[in-house]
Design a protein around this ligand. Structure first.
Ligand code: ADP
Length: 182
């Protein structure tokens, strides 16, 4: 899944994972869990998360490697929040290769910036990075670092770009209709 903060990518990723009976690998959630448990890694990334910046590519790639491999062995996965940079996208193909897995489709949820801001600010999940300044910053980080993945995956022929406006049910139906057969 590729989508800006507030695009609904977490919600749709969760639905897709339960629909297909596969693991939902959400890197933001994995990082917040480390922060909650105050692990060494959690302490290392806490400030970066709170500021709305991206943690280092190597760090996230290491954190995800084992769960990615394991989920592949167990039948598949929905990646939510990864990849987020071109470097990570290259690594995703490499890890998939290691795991003997295929990246079937990249779902891009397309939502205009003003709607993103309104949505992200109206949700209340108690996240340290959900205040107005940080949400704006996260949207900028997305536009600069992650948006280029849309063209990258279009070039590889696996992009499924979907209008993210509407109810979660409407968006989910739209995604299902557009996914290639697996
Ligand atoms: P959202 O997309 O709504 O901002 P996420 O839960 O996907 O929320 O990510 C929250 C934060 O976790 C990001 O702002 C970033 O700091 C960190 N993060 C998550 N995934 C990655 C990743 N693949 N690379 C770098 N940082 C990440």
């Amino acid at each position: 899944m590729v989508g800006a903060p507030g695009s609904g990518k977490g919600t749709q990723a969760e639905r897709l994972a339960s629909y297909f009976g596969v693991r939902h690998l959400a890197t933001g959630e994995m990082l917040r869990e480390q922060v909650r448990r105050a692990t060494p890694l959690g302490r290392q990334v806490q400030a970066v998360l709170a500021a709305g910046d991206l943690v280092g590519d190597e760090l996230i790639e290491d954190l995800l490697y084992e769960p990615f491999l394991q989920a592949s062995r167990e039948g598949g996965f929905i990646l939510d929040g990864f990849p987020r940079t071109l470097h990570q996208a290259e690594r995703a193909f490499q890890i998939a290769l290691d795991a003997g897995a295929t990246l079937h489709a990249v779902v891009h949820l397309d939502v205009p910036p003003q709607v993103l801001l309104d949505r992200a600010l109206s949700r209340d999940e108690g996240r340290a990075d959900d205040n107005q300044a940080t949400v704006r910053h996260r949207i900028e980080v997305y536009e600069k670092q992650t948006q280029p993945l849309v063209d990258y995956y279009a070039g590889r022929g696996i992009l499924v770009s979907v209008d993210g406006l509407g109810t979660p049910d409407e968006v989910f139906e739209r995604i299902l209709k557009r996914l290639p057969p697996v």
